[in-house]
Ligand binder design. Structure first.
Ligand code: NAD
Ligand code: DAU
Length: 357
């Protein structure tokens, strides 16, 4: 038995592969195009491990995907590969349409062809697990109930629109062709190997470098934060026992305004690596808001708890402490990332390298 993971060199995908192989000996074929967000160093601990096969390739390459499926005959595809950063989608939506929409379409068609060749138990057991986001539901008002699986789709950014499109394709391939699919819509993840273009790692990295900590707008936008290993555990549960064609929302019951997140990270750094120049909060800098910035996300994760018994193991306090500790203990990983194309992106987004990480 084998699973095919796409995007397994990215933040969540690499955590998933590491987590999977720490609980099981079932091999993983890991297909990743190694865009700016893909980092082989995330998987360095698997070097020489025969259970992990890394394949450098694109999910839009149908021949490549067909060959991989025919060769490795996986019992499941877990699809993480995507362009994932909202700000980048605003600057350049094209890649988001290509990978998130066309890439998912290509993968679905390849999976459908492969699934059609399976018989009996292998056919019944096959799963296509699509990893998606809570952003497809749009933005909540302060008193709205959290997103349930029945909420209407109201994506607001090119990123969330591309993910919503991919969710619809997955749904249609189930209803029309019977492809055995599962979709999960998760809230904001944080933890090890998070690329420092996203809020939490950016704040840690900039603070340690004595650089401004950019807070968009008034900093009162609310996100629901989930420790990445809890997301990985939830995906394992849904893959094992989720009902076919269903969607499951995954979240941490941790709604927090961005400014509180930034202050919490600063306080932990003050404790773990104090700066002689003074508390890290002094670096907080309010900057121009993200266009079309969604005000609030919150997840109602009762369905996955009720049906599959999954609940997050970490609270925000325990998860964020582990995360800050991980970044302090893994400075070579951080420096490796910072010396790459990330620096060019920071220049585009923040105007000058001085303001970025
Ligand atoms: P990421 O940007 O860190 O990693 C994406 C990975 O996909 C990279 O390794 C990249 O090289 C690879 N990739 C990109 N285009 C590809 C292509 N055409 N072919 C093959 N590989 C390609 O993303 P992430 O934060 O780990 O997110 C993973 C998935 O989870 C995405 O689908 C995202 O929408 C979803 N998600 C993310 C979050 C979050 O908070 N980060 C929350 C909910 C859902
Ligand atoms: O909700 C799930 C989504 O979470 C995932 O689908 C996306 O892939 C993932 O990137 C994340 O999207 P966000 O836009 O919420 O994450 P980001 O870390 O970019 O921003 C978190 C919040 O912090 C958001 O309100 C914007 C704000 N922010 C972000 C950056 C990078 C800042 O205030 N300053 C910053 O410099």
């Amino acid at each position: 038995m084998t699973i095919l993971v796409t995007g397994g060199a990215g933040f969540i995908g690499s955590n998933f592969v590491l987590d999977w192989l720490s609980c099981s000996d079932e091999p993983v074929v890991n297909l990743d195009a190694l865009t700016y967000a893909g980092n082989r160093a995330n998987l360095a601990s698997l070097d020489g491990d025969a259970r992990h096969l890394f394949v450098h390739g694109d999910i839009c390459d149908r021949d490549r995907v067909d060959r991989l499926l025919a060769q490795h005959r996986p019992r499941a595809i877990v699809h993480f590969a995507a362009e994932s950063h909202v700000d980048r989608s605003i600057h350049g939506p094209g890649e988001f349409m290509r990978t998130n929409v066309t890439g998912t379409f290509t993968l679905l068609e390849a999976a459908r062809g492969y699934w059609g060749t399976l018989e009996g138990e292998a056919k019944a057991a096959f799963r296509f697990h699509h990893v998606s986001t809570d952003e497809v539901y749009g933005s909540l008002k302060p008193t709205d109930p959290p997103f349930a699986e029945t909420n209407a789709y109201e994506p607001n950014s090119p990123y969330s629109a591309s993910k919503a499109a991919s969710d619809h394709l997955v749904r249609a391939w189930h209803h029309t062709y019977g492809l055995p699919v599962l979709t999960t819509n998760c809230s904001n993840n944080y933890g090890p190997y998070h690329f420092p273009e996203k809020l939490i790692p950016l704040i840690i990295v900039n603070a340690l470098a004595g650089k401004p900590l950019p807070v968009y707008g008034d900093g009162q936008q609310v996100r629901d934060w989930l420790y990445v290993k809890d997301h990985c555990a939830a995906i394992r549960e849904v893959l094992a026992r989720g009902r076919l064609g269903e969607t499951y929302n995954i979240g941490g019951w941790n709604e927090k305004p961005n400014i509180d997140i930034v202050r919490t990270v600063c306080a932990l750094l003050d404790e773990m690596q104090p700066d002689a120049a003074g508390p890290y909060e002094r670096l907080i800098t309010y900057v121009k808001d993200r266009p079309g910035h969604d005000r609030r996300y919150a997840i109602d994760a009762r369905k996955i708890e009720r049906e599959l018994g999954w609940k997050p193991a970490e609270t925000f306090d325990t998860g964020i402490r582990k995360t800050v500790r991980w970044y302090l203990d893994n400075q070579p990983w951080v420096q490796n990332v910072l010396s790459g194309s990330y620096r060019d992106w920071v220049n585009t987004q923040y105007g000058s390298a001085e303001q970025g990480a």
